[in-house]
Each structure stands twice: as structure tokens, then as C-alpha cells.
Design a protein around this ligand. Sequence first.
Ligand SMILES: *Cc1c(COP(=O)(O)O)cnc(C)c1O
Length: 380
Amino acid sequence: MKKIPFNKPFLTGKETDYIKDAVSSGKISGNGVFTQKCQTFFEKKFGFGKCLLTTSCTDALEMAAILTNIKPGDEVIVPSYTFVSSALAFVRQGAKIVFADSESSNPNIDATKLEELITNKTKVIVPVHYAGVACDMEAIMKLAKKYNLYVVEDAAQAIDSFYEFKDGTKKALGSIGHFGAFSFHETKNVISGEGGMLTINDDSFFERAEIIWEKGTNRSKFFKGEIDKYGWVDTGSSFLPSEIIAAFLFAQLEHIDEIQNKRKQVWSIYYNGLVEFLDSSYLPFIPSFSTNNGHMFYIKCKSDIERSKLIEFLKSKNIHAVFHYLSLHKSDYYLKLNNHIELSNSDRYSESLLRLPFYYEITNEEVNRVIQEIKQFFQL
Ligand SMILES: *Cc1c(COP(=O)(O)O)cnc(C)c1O
């Protein structure tokens, strides 16, 4: 039986052409034509304030940590069930991370339990839109306003997904908080190998964001002809990707709708196939305020033993399924400096969540084969 991998990066076909264009244009460092094209594309299509491409989502989060002026001792609230970067970017600025638990119905941060974590040292809340499913942004923004906090959306998995407010307004994830961070890592929906983007939804941060992006210099202003020489004015780093990366990304963006339609279709085939024989407690839950962007498909097993057996079973059928995050509050790095805490929902997802093969080029037959093998497993 043909192997079904967990992920397979999809190429739209124009990537190398655009890279060639970038190379022959003679401008291959950052912030050139392709960078501008990508940034404008995102601003127009999703209503983000301002966009800056970065070399990764991790970098975008680091920029947000600098822009929110995180100082040693400041507290940042992050879900424990997330990728390392959601916390690490703030730790590098000296923040104390306060881990929040997930909801019982899905891995997103439980907004109803956030207020009790807020102290007079809290500066930032980092909602992570797991699997591209929205956190309860209306509740989170309300809390942020009440306590004067910044919200940095970790939207690494959330391109082309939306949150619906109670008054019916729909906003793209990454456009609601003060900042949003996206990833174009090869495992995400649109890709550039490594790559990311910071969205800046509050204009007052934009000028400083450009400076931090360009190694603490006001070079962007210089290029726009607004000043006649540039120099060192602030902290920062080299956060901008080369035009070669942006050229690759632009080839993907031209096909974003096609990519998204296909991924949502794959998601639906999984869901409709599995719901026939699996209890809904095994299946992903999408709250009514969120859209689905077809980032991944997971099932929630009943235990880590059941999950291990299923992974082995699928492997024997040449199907590669994988578990996801280990809760960060249980990581070696966190426990070196902090006491053990209890976050039961986060632990449950760490032990039981299983991600199924998911990529643009997976065929309907292959998805159905995965479904049939899972059915087989549960009937044993
Ligand atoms: C992928 C991912 C990141 C990291 O993205 P990079 O571009 O690899 O830095 C951060 N947070 C979440 C939730 C992710 O899924």
C-alpha cells in the first residue's frame, strides 16, 4: 500500500519563476517588490492594519514582545498547549509566563478562566488559534480593555479564518488583537519554507515596528524618502526575509483560494466519514463564532494508550499520524525555574490528540483509506 505521509508541502508551480525574477531584478535583500506585494495582498484581503513579513512566526512574536515593551518581571498569559515560540518570544525579553488551561471542548485558551490569572504585573495575553479555530476574541478583548493589556494573537495556523462578534461583525484572525503573528513554515496552509508575518492593528505602533524590523534603524523611512540619512535609533534585529522568500510566498498567495477550498474539502471528508462511527467527543469542535480554515484534522482519543495503539496500527497500514504539543508547563525548561502546576485540559490534549495526514495533494481515496483504517481499528 502506498505510503500516506503526515504532511507534503504543496507547490503552485510559479515559485521558481518568481525566485528567478527576484534574482534577476538585482534586489534580493528584504523589503523589495515581492515583500511589498505580499504585504499589500494580506492587508487588502484580510483587513490587517499593517503587515511586515518576517523570517518566521517566532520572529514576529519576538517583535511583538519588543513592541509591547516587555521588561523582566512582567507577566504574559499564554496557553500551555501551544508551540514553544508562543512563550519563548516573551521569555527572551524577561517575561514571567503564566500558563492558562485549554477549554474542555477544544485546545484553545479558556477565556472564562483568564481573569483569575491577571495581576498588576500582567502586560500581554497571547491567544493561540489552535488548528485555525478562533479563541473567544470578544471576551479576551474585553478583558484586555478592562485591565489595559495588549493582545498578541498567535495566528500561526490561522490564515484565512475569521471570528464573528455578537453584533455579527466578522474579522480575520490576526486583525483583532493589537498584533497578530503568522507562520509560513512548510507545515502551514500557505508556505515559504520558513517564514512569517507580523500584523500591526494599532497604527501608533507602526513606525516603531518598521525600525525594530530593520535592526533598530530608520532605514525604511529613508527608503520611502522621508529622511535623508538613516541611523541607529532603537533596539531591534534583522527580522525581515529576503526577496527570495517573499517571491516564493507570493506564488502561493496567487493560489490561496484554491489551496483553502481544497483543504476545507479534505477536512469535511474526514469529519463526515468519521462522524459515521465515532462519538462526537472524538471529533474537533468548532464554536459557532469561528470559521474553519482547514489547517489540520485531529481526533481526541480516550487515553494515551489508545492513541499509541492507533498510531502503531496506522503505521502498520503505511499511514503516518502524529501527536502534537507536550504541555509547556511540563517542559524541562519551565520546570527548571517553576513549580509544577495542574492544567488538566491541556494535559488531556497532550496525551490524547492525534493529527491525521493533511495536505493539499492528498486524494479523496487516500482520505477515505485513512477513515476506513480508523474504523477497522475501533472495531477490533
Ligand atoms: C508553527 C507555529 C509557530 C512557529 O512558527 P515558525 O514560523 O516556525 O516560527 C508558532 N506558534 C504556533 C501555534 C505554530 O503552530
